[in-house]
Write a protein that binds this ligand. Structure first.
Ligand code: NAD
Ligand code: DAU
Length: 355
């Protein structure tokens, strides 16, 4: 079996669902259930014999030691993190605690467990660390996309904390020989994406008749990947990635934010037109920019493609259509995630950003 951390969040839940749809290998899913963790994402697995959910913290060494001893996973996949840049600007502490201290404690427990394995299991074991392109910093308009050799230049408390965890993972391989692989992925989108992030926020605000808050001029560029393609990349790296290596994951889909917002609006105009017949784009509002906002991310995914033969299945056009349709079909999920705590966050992040 494998141990997945953060498997009730956006990418982790998609990974767990896809894994169990394709494999008989069981998953122990450890998640703290922060504001971003949602058992509803895993509702379809309630009776699945191959899914064991454990609520807990990656920084709880005693719990991790017990889970490793009890279940003897052949791999640990670390998705758990505080993941939202804007929240890291308002309150970095949780990011330091989970992304740095938590990853360190998880690595320590995994190292002790791995050291005690017989030689063949030791050789086959993997620690797969899920990271981000944001560790590489910001690109200028004409710069080449991030390769795995790009220097680390994190600019937000979030990306700095992820960079620190990547360095720890690297060090545990170099110093102790722990068989690690790291993936650095670009922006994901798709089902179960929490509506604090750009695409789901635009969908839920549009449907609620609220402003669509575009930071600054909206010309910041992100490189979008459908979440299930990220999950297939992780499965492929787990299966065949070389120990000690990092693999960049991306779909060659660089787009400015304002174009993303217009695409979402056009799809909603088609699939769920406004009652008054006006376009959803009329709700777009430019608001104060994110402090330290990275201007452009772009992933060079050639290493993953050429070495491991991975390819994304979705284009941006097919993926974004599926995503908008998913949100329209899951009204209850959308309603439930916009709880009181979510409304507090909206107040904290947007109240001071008047146009
Ligand atoms: P998310 O915020 O949706 O989910 C994070 C999950 O981790 C939640 O279920 C939360 O409850 C859990 N968690 C948080 N702290 C924990 C702790 N201390 N112990 C155990 N569980 C904890 O995040 P996501 O978007 O699904 O991202 C997953 C991973 O992928 C993160 O490591 C993130 O840095 C990375 N990543 C995300 C993107 C993206 O576009 N979303 C892109 C590249 C990389
Ligand atoms: O690049 C990978 C990263 O992508 C992941 O590591 C992060 O976990 C994930 O959150 C994401 O970070 P971003 O900051 O790029 O994603 P977000 O959806 O927050 O913002 C995308 C872009 O949209 C960014 O340029 C900021 C902008 N934006 C965002 C929000 C929430 C807006 O213009 N308005 C908004 O209301």
């Amino acid at each position: 079996m494998i141990l997945v951390t953060g498997g009730a969040g956006f990418i982790g839940a998609n990974f767990v669902l896809d894994w169990l749809a394709q494999s008989d290998e069981a998953i122990v899913n450890l998640d703290k259930l922060t504001y971003a963790g949602n058992r509803e994402n895993l509702a379809s697995l309630s009776d699945h014999p191959g899914h064991l959910f454990v609520q807990g913290d990656i920084g709880d060494s005693a719990l991790i030691d017990r889970l490793l001893k009890q279940h003897k996973p052949r791999a640990v996949l670390n998705f758990a993190a505080e993941s939202h840049v804007d929240r890291s600007i308002h309150g970095p502490e949780d990011f330091i605690q989970t992304n740095i201290v938590g990853s360190f404690r998880l690595l320590e427990s995994v190292r002790a467990h791995w050291n005690g394995l017989p030689a063949d299991e030791k050789a086959a074991f993997r620690f797969l660390h899920v990271s981000t392109d944001e560790v590489y910093g910001s690109l200028g308009p004409g710069d080449a996309a991030f390769s795995e050799a790009h220097r680390y230049e994190p600019n937000s408390p979030y990306s700095a904390s992820k960079a620190a965890s990547d360095h720890l993972v690297r060090a545990y391989h170099h110093t102790y020989g722990l068989p690690v692989v790291t993936t650095n992925c670009s922006n994901n989108y798709g089902p179960y994406h929490f509506p604090e992030k750009l695409i789901p926020l635009m969908i839920v605000n549009a449907l609620a008749g609220k402003p669509l808050p575009v930071y600054g001029d909206g010309m910041q560029v992100r490189d979008w990947l459908y979440v299930k393609d990220h999950c297939s990349a992780i499965r492929r790296v787990l299966e065949a990635g070389r120990v000690g290596e990092t693999y960049n994951v991306g779909g060659w889909n660089e787009k400015p934010n304002i174009e993303i917002v217009h695409t979402v609006c056009q799809l909603l105009d088609e699939l769920r037109p406004r009652a008054d017949g006006r376009p959803y784009a009329s709700q777009i509002t430019h608001v104060a920019d994110r402090p330290g906002h990275d201007r452009r991310y772009a992933i060079d995914a050639r290493k993953l493609e050429q070495e491991l033969g991975w390819r994304p299945a979705e284009t941006f056009e097919t993926g974004i259509r599926k995503t908008v349709a998913w949100y329209l079909e899951h009204e209850e999920w959308v309603r439930n995630v916009q709880s009181g705590a979510y409304q507090n966050w909206v107040q904290v992040n947007y109240a001071g950003r008047a146009a």
